[in-house]
Ligand binder design. Sequence first.
Ligand SMILES: CC(C)(COP(=O)(O)OP(=O)(O)OC[C@H]1O[C@@H](n2cnc3c(N)ncnc32)[C@H](O)[C@@H]1OP(=O)(O)O)[C@@H](O)C(=O)NCCC(=O)NCCS
Length: 178
Amino acid sequence: MNVICRTALPSDTDAIMRIEEAAFLPGLREEKELYEKRIRAFPEGFLLAEDAETKEIGGYICSELWREDRPVCSETLALGHDPEEAHDYNGTQFYITSFGTLPSWRGRKVGSLLLDTLEKKIAENYPKATLGVLIVSEKWTAARRLYERRGFKEKGRIIDFFTPTGLPAEDAILMMKP
Ligand SMILES: CC(C)(COP(=O)(O)OP(=O)(O)OC[C@H]1O[C@@H](n2cnc3c(N)ncnc32)[C@H](O)[C@@H]1OP(=O)(O)O)[C@@H](O)C(=O)NCCC(=O)NCCS
């Protein structure tokens, strides 16, 4: 399979939602309208992985640039927060808002390709955004490993941040990369 990375378009949101539903438990999924807003707010920071032949979309990663004075705390990190309010092209903090691949695409380095391509684009086009920030559930082993291998380090923990429907709450691990 020949996979390419490209910028997301508003017309891609149905494909993005299929990945979202496969990647996250009920209670942790975000709305289609939010993804549309994310594409509008910062299209350059929203990448898709697409099969070059079939055009199937198998993964996405999206991000925001945050001003230096935006605090990193449970309120600003909340799922569903408004990208138009959060994102600022002059920001110094590069926040990964969501990231997932279809189960049938996993383990083929598509996640690595998306994260590496996004980090490279941010470094090239927004050199002021030098601090990488993200949160990951303590349970998302593959994602934690991927981030750790790329130099993200654990900087804190938000107890019971993620609340999957009908299941015990999960801590969020705050990771940063200088
Ligand atoms: C995280 C995710 C995007 C990775 O996508 P992917 O296409 O499988 O990515 P890759 O093939 O590049 O693999 C990434 C790493 O995860 C590792 N991995 C895969 N499955 C794993 C598992 N069950 N346990 C531990 N590590 C695992 C791979 O070995 C690889 O590590 P390596 O580079 O050190 O070998 C994907 O697993 C996913 O969508 N998970 C559910 C949603 C999620 O957790 N999103 C992150 C939000 S913060």
